[in-house]
Design a protein around this ligand. Structure first.
Ligand code: ADP
Ligand code: ZN
Ligand code: ZN
Length: 739
């Protein structure tokens, strides 16, 4: 009789499956891919996921161990999810076991049962009468029965006390047969005659044609790029498409870039729909995450809203995927499994044969290229919905103008004028802290981080110097650590400094700062937004957190303090990101009746890129940028993979990458792959970070298939290279950040 061999993915960085014998007494019929098993692995016990069942193994019979325990009676992981994870692991050259660890809720990986929690619900029995004669002398029971009767679907046991329902009374009622207990998963959907809790807005012509175009393709895979200017009513289009999806008995998955947008989005969706909506993001606890995941998998949730990792939420009746702000860099995970949730969302939509809508006012060049080549249908919305007008741009040349904490005279006047007109101002500066550097005016000492090739940022409020790259911090020195003089000066301005200065310049108006430092406390973002929504004149100062999707109806002036960084950077994506940021921040201006204006301070106010962007708009800019990418053979006209390495000792990482490079050259010759270039190894742009020495090797390919033909054997070879254990290394397929 042939043996039953289980090929299992384990939480290990090794890119392979591990063979085990089936636990005693289990037959083939009881096993399905996706089931979890407990196995011994080295000296530990771990939980793995069954991927394949085989009848032989290359592992010698005496080394082959039986798996210890099967944890599931049926696979917790629906087949489409397992397939997506297999694809992801293969494409990003990541171990499948580790890929599953990123994709699955923590509690599932720890062996928690993969079933929705059953709850006990108390409800009034079908034939109970409120004036039952047996209750004449029992006022408390009568009262309890009346309260319970207000909840036709019953009251969850754990909510009894909140409703002041006494358990004793309920038990007495139960003995009389007037009340009963039902055990089930969650409250059934409350249907007040349809999915809509609120009337839909009548669509304008552009919205209508976008909606109609997508509606025609709602029952199969189709990819749409909804390129609508900020405020053009993309969200309204999403909502109406989702309504149709729900009416067809299907579920919708909505990805959003930023957890801070969660509450706002959730509120808009709950106001619109009588539907079960779950919100998945990094701040919910493990139990909530598992419950939401299970509810989606079992069809108990109708709409799933979440950030990046919500992409891996299974759906019983998948109907539609929406990726809002598809250009946003936060869709790319920058550690461990370096996946791009937008790209994977496309793969998923294709695998599940459902439509996908990518929405943005500033589409990524990748997506625009896909639209040009016909892979996506391009739907444009060029007008703001409702009464709002597009904002006007002013490029303010600050060459040789005095700056007061980064704020020029003309900008100060514009701010004063806006505040005095009773309106709000948004000041954008993509730099946290008080100042990016502290300098000794006497000897030239600068606040260098001792672990990184970077400067420490001054955070004056907390009186410390902090490195934004490794997290190292120290007290703010009173005197120069080198020469002892007391003339330390902050150089440059961050949000904290702008906030302080604006407070002094405009003492009669509140100044609110929005960045990672000011919003780290739970709920602080909500408080801020409520203040802003109240609409009184104020100044908002913040980083890109402010740029994303928020609706601030009373902001009529947006000021961008420093647009220069994006024009100088060595990163080929810097100008794209800067253009997106400018347009997105500008999109916060004048979203209601009063028109908005945008002032951009720059030393390069006549830079062709800025001129084109502000005078002809994002699309003109993007076409120009795409043609530059084409002539430089940069993505999306070529494909990149970046092998990064870092090590304790200088030179170690480069040595490892040197060997990796020759291995790749040999492999390339062997597989006759053309058009793959190896660039490097070179020291990383920030050579030392958190005390480790870093280097990188870039692969650039004109053809994606050639690149991937190389990657699989290469990564296997890398795992075997001497030094592969003493050097920390990782591969980034389609990197968006070359640093
Ligand atoms: P986007 O998602 O493109 O930024 P929103 O969907 O948030 O735009 O819409 C911007 C504003 O316009 C919102 O206040 C919204 O209620 C309003 N709006 C959207 N569509 C319409 C419409 N068809 N008629 C009137 N107002 C609309
Ligand atoms: Zn000094
Ligand atoms: Zn550092």
């Amino acid at each position: 009789m042939s043996e039953l061999i289980l090929r299992i993915a384990l939480p290990s960085p090794l890119r392979r499956l591990f063979d085990y014998r089936a636990p005693a007494g289990l037959s083939n019929a009881q096993l399905q891919p996706g089931m979890r098993l407990r196995v011994s692995f080295g000296r530990r016990e771990v939980i793995g996921v069954l991927v394949e069942i085989a009848d032989h193994s290359d592992v010698p019979a005496d080394k082959l161990k039986p798996a210890l325990q099967l944890l599931d009676a049926q696979s917790p992981l629906p087949a489409p999810m397992l397939r997506l994870c297999l694809w992801t692991a293969q494409y990003y050259q990541h171990s499948l076991g580790d890929t599953l660890s990123w994709a699955l809720p923590v509690l599932l990986r720890q062996g928690e049962p993969a079933q929705l929690r059953q709850e006990r619900y108390w409800k009034v029995a079908a034939d109970a009468q409120p004036d039952d004669p047996r209750l004449q002398r029992a006022p408390r029971q009568r009262e309890a029965l009346r309260t319970l009767a207000q909840h036709p679907h019953g009251v969850a046991h754990q909510l009894l006390s909140q409703l002041q329902l006494s358990r004793d009374s309920l038990e007495l009622l139960q003995e009389k047969g007037l009340v009963e207990i039902e055990t089930r998963c969650s409250a059934p959907r409350e249907h007040h005659g349809g999915w809509l809790a609120q009337a839909e807005l009548p669509l304008n012509a552009e919205q209508l044609s976008a909606c109609n175009a997508i509606r025609c393709g709602l029952n199969k895979f189709n990819a749409y790029l909804l390129a609508g200017v900020t405020g053009s009513g993309k969200t309204e289009v999403y909502l109406q498409l989702i309504r149709q999806t729900l009416e067809a008995g299907k579920q919708a998955l909505v990805l959003i870039p930023e957890i801070n947008l969660g509450p706002q989005t959730l509120e808009r969706f709950t106001r619109r729909f009588n539907a079960r909506i779950v919100l998945l993001h990094s701040a919910i606890n493990d139990r909530e995450r598992l419950d939401a995941w299970l509810a989606a998998r079992d069809g108990e949730a109708d709409i799933i809203i979440g950030t990046r990792s919500a992409l891996f939420t299974p759906m019983k009746h998948p109907g539609l995927i929406i990726v809002d702000e598809e250009h946003d860099a936060s869709y790319k995970q920058q550690e461990g499994l370096r996946y791009h949730a937008r790209d994977l969302a496309l793969v998923r939509a294709h695998q599940e044969n459902i439509p996908i809508v990518l929405g943005s006012a500033t589409p990524s060049l990748e997506s625009l290229h896909n639209a040009h080549s016909g892979r996506y249908a391009l739907l444009r919305m060029t007008q703001r919905a409702g009464a709002a007008q597009p904002p006007r741009f002013l490029r303010l040349d600050i060459k040789s103008r005095p700056l007061d904490s980064g704020i020029s005279g003309p900008l100060q006047q514009a701010i004063a004028q806006t505040l005095n007109a009773g309106q709000q101002v948004l000041v954008f500066l993509n730099r946290r802290g008080f100042a990016p550097t502290l300098l000794c005016h006497d000897c030239g000492w600068i606040s260098q981080c001792k672990h990184c090739d970077a400067r420490m940022t001054l955070h004056q409020r907390s009186a410390e110097l902090r490195c934004h790259h490794c997290g190292h911090s120290q007290r703010q020195p009173k005197a120069c650590p080198d020469c002892g003089k007391v003339d330390l000066r902050p150089v440059g301005a961050g949000t904290e400094r702008a906030e302080e200065r604006l407070g002094i310049l405009f003492p009669q108006f509140p100044v609110l700062r929005v960045d990672r430092d000011s919003t780290s406390r739970k709920g602080s973002m909500d408080t801020l937004f409520h203040t802003i929504q109240r609409g009184e004149p104020c100044i908002l100062v913040g980083t890109q957190m402010l740029a994303k999707g928020h609706h601030f109806p009373r902001v009529t002036l947006v000021a961008i303090l420093d647009a220069d960084a994006g024009l100088f950077s060595a990163d080929f994506r810097a100008s794209e990101h800067m253009a997106q940021l400018i347009v997105q921040v500008a999109g916060r201006a004048g979203r209601a009746e009063e028109p908005g204006r945008v002032i951009i301070q720059s030393h390069l106010a006549d830079h062709p890129l800025l001129v084109q962007l502000t005078e002809q708009g994002y699309f003109a800019f993007a076409e120009q940028a795409l043609s530059e990418r084409r002539s430089a053979a940069l993505p999306p006209f070529s494909h990149l993979a970046l092998l990064r390495a870092d090590a304790q000792q200088p030179g170690q990482a480069e040595e490892f990458l040197g060997k990796a490079c020759s291995t790749a050259e040999q492999l390339l010759a062997g597989i006759h792959a053309h058009g793959v270039e190896l660039l490097g190894p070179v020291p990383a742009p920030m050579e030392r970070r958190a005390g480790r020495h870093r280097a990188q090797l870039l692969l650039q390919a004109s053809n994606r298939a050639s690149l991937h033909r190389l990657l699989t054997p290469w990564l296997q070879a890398l795992e075997q290279l001497p030094g592969s254990r003493s050097v920390r290394w990782s591969l980034d397929v389609d990197p968006i950040d070359l640093f």
